[in-house]
Design a protein around this ligand. Structure first.
Ligand code: SF4
Ligand code: SF4
Length: 332
């Protein structure tokens, strides 16, 4: 393989990977790879560095943008282009490459199965806090006054300026379940980005609320970036295909933080039907000898999925972590 693709993999910290250079090779021709290595830059500066005319560079940048390999910043005029900063950006953006061949998607899945658990372990040792956190499903948290704007799915949607939905990159490559595929809610700049790229479908607020309710009923967990604003995405994650949940569930790697809430079950109301046991990704619910459900708070991620389908309304969510548990800014 041309060493240029290993160089690109190094840019996202994965020069040692067996698969990431091959993924770069599949998505970028040599001239595109050279351009990526000269970034950041705008069309005129890249044209000068590469010895091409500006029009040719502009056309190439448009192609790289649609492929998900570059991100333009409109803070400068003309816009400055840069590569994806890390593995997650490279993963999430390139999987939605409209012309992605199946072999490319399959190689991504191979990476997720073989290399990702170890890479995730290394990330979790380096960063002080995980990049993502759970937010509880909208209908479950009853102590409304304690729910902050950035952990309330309805509030996030209602206060957004722009919304779109894209396919879930994890289910698109893993297809281990038949849960909602078009399920990644994009917010504000991320929505505008997906619409400009042609990877997103515009949603009204009502459509977005319908989507999250459907996802809650299907048993998908809402996940956002781990900071005190939600202006990027609300993922709707399953336990099998997702890039974070299996790493947490099967490998016990801390790649996602819980919400500030935990489920509690009223033993007077619980009939021991076990519906909630099946809903919980994390094995946090068990039956007591007298056949009522109980929650292990240490395992509970505060997603609220168990409450959605409890036929006896025996589950409520209680606040178990202080407001400052959610970091102001993203770490790492
Ligand atoms: S779903 Fe509700 S009633 Fe059924 S076991 Fe769980 S808490 Fe009890
Ligand atoms: S018990 Fe399980 S399903 Fe219920 S809120 Fe906790 S993590 Fe979610």
């Amino acid at each position: 393989m041309d060493a240029i693709y290993t160089e690109l993999a190094k840019r996202i910290g994965l020069g040692h990977s067996q698969r990431i250079p091959r993924l770069f090779e599949m998505i970028a021709g040599r001239e595109e790879a050279e351009m990526l290595l000269r970034m950041p830059g705008n069309a005129p500066s890249l044209a000068e560095k590469l010895g091409h005319d500006v029009e040719r560079v502009e056309t190439a940048l448009e192609t790289l943008f649609v492929k998900g390999l570059v991100f333009p910043s409109a803070k400068t005029d003309p816009p400055t282009y840069r590569m994806g900063r890390d593995l997650v950006q490279f993963h999430d953006a390139t999987i939605l490459w409209p012309g992605a061949p199946q072999a490319f998607l399959d190689l991504w899945q191979d990476f997720m199965e073989v290399e990702w658990p170890e890479v995730a372990k290394q990330y979790s040792r380096i960063v002080p806090r995980p990049f993502t956190r759970v937010i509880p499903v909208g209908i479950t948290v009853q102590a409304k006054s304690h729910v902050l704007a950035y952990e309330d799915v309805e509030e996030i949607i209602n206060s957004s300026k722009s919304l779109s939905v894209t396919k879930c990159t994890c289910r698109l490559t893993a297809h281990k379940c038949d849960k909602e595929l078009e399920a990644c809610l994009q917010i504000n700049r991320a929505a505008d980005y997906s619409l400009a790229r042609g990877t997103g479908r515009k949603l009204t607020k009502d459509q977005a609320l319908d989507l999250v309710r459907r996802c809650e009923e299907e048993g998908l967990i809402h996940v956002v970036m781990n900071k005190q604003s939600v202006d990027h995405f609300i993922c709707n994650c399953c336990s099998c295909c997702c890039q974070t949940m299996p790493v947490l569930i099967q490998h016990n790697v801390s790649v996602i933080e819980p919400s500030r809430f935990a489920a509690q079950i009223d033993p007077e109301l619980c009939t021991g039907c076990e519906t909630c046991l099946d809903r919980c990704f994390f094995g946090a619910i068990s039956l007591t000898p007298d056949q009522t459900a109980q929650v292990d708070e240490k395992k509970c991620m505060g997603c609220g999925l168990c409450q959605v389908t409890c036929p006896s309304a025996a589950v409520t969510m209680k606040e178990v972590r202080a407001k400052d548990f959610i970091p102001e800014k993203l770490f790492g």
